[in-house]
Design a protein around this ligand. Structure first.
Ligand SMILES: [Fe+2]
Length: 192
């Protein structure tokens, strides 16, 4: 099991049992279902003091920190300054669940309409709200409030990559295919 994570030059991160009251599936385990991830986050017993000690904000962009990772699953903590948001993105075939533990976030989901993406749904999440990210989910998350926000994200399997999509308009986006030379832009995984 590789759950215990220490970031170079950084503090040691407690295991998820200490942070949330449950443990990530071990390396040999199959990637857990979305329902399992949602249930674990929903039933978590967060140690707020510990989680707060792990928050790290960045003036340049939203900041993600890997709290734990096995071959089956990973847990991220994401810190959002006012005005910071994710790019429009998918999740590289992984699925996940997010729990907003502080502040507010606005999620905009997109759906394919022919070869273009159009806004499918918008929602505002407040403290304690859960967001589901299915393997086909394409969305954008934004902290459009005047206050900081902090969210927990658990993904299975760990994201090996994701595709971001160029935005032409908020309502209409030209398609970027996930595979194929020059068709898509893959980046290091970013949560949200
Ligand atoms: Fe996401």
């Amino acid at each position: 099991m590789r759950e215990h994570v220490t970031e170079a030059g950084d503090i040691e991160i407690p295991d998820t049992r200490s942070l949330l009251g449950w443990a990530l599936p071990e390396d040999g385990a199959a990637a857990p279902s979305l329902a399992w991830l949602v249930a674990r986050l929903r039933d978590s017993r967060p140690d707020w003091r510990l989680l707060e000690s792990l928050t790290r904000f960045d003036d340049a962009r939203y900041a993600r920190r890997t709290l734990a990772k096995t071959r089956a699953c990973e847990l991220l903590l994401v810190c959002w300054m006012p005005g910071q948001g994710s790019p429009l993105h998918d999740h590289g075939g992984s699925w996940g669940a997010s729990l907003l533990i502080h502040g507010e976030l606005r999620e905009t989901r997109f759906a394919w309409a022919g070869d273009r993406l159009r806004v499918d749904a918008k929602r505002r999440a407040g403290e304690g709200d859960l967001m589901r990210e299915e393997s086909h989910t394409i969305h954008r998350v934004l902290n459009d409030s005047r206050h900081r926000a902090v969210s927990l994200h658990v993904y299975a399997p760990p994201m090996e990559g994701m595709t971001t999509y160029d935005e032409v308009w908020a309502e209409s986006v030209r398609r970027r295919r996930p595979t194929g030379a020059g068709a898509g832009r893959r980046r290091r995984p970013r949560a949200g």
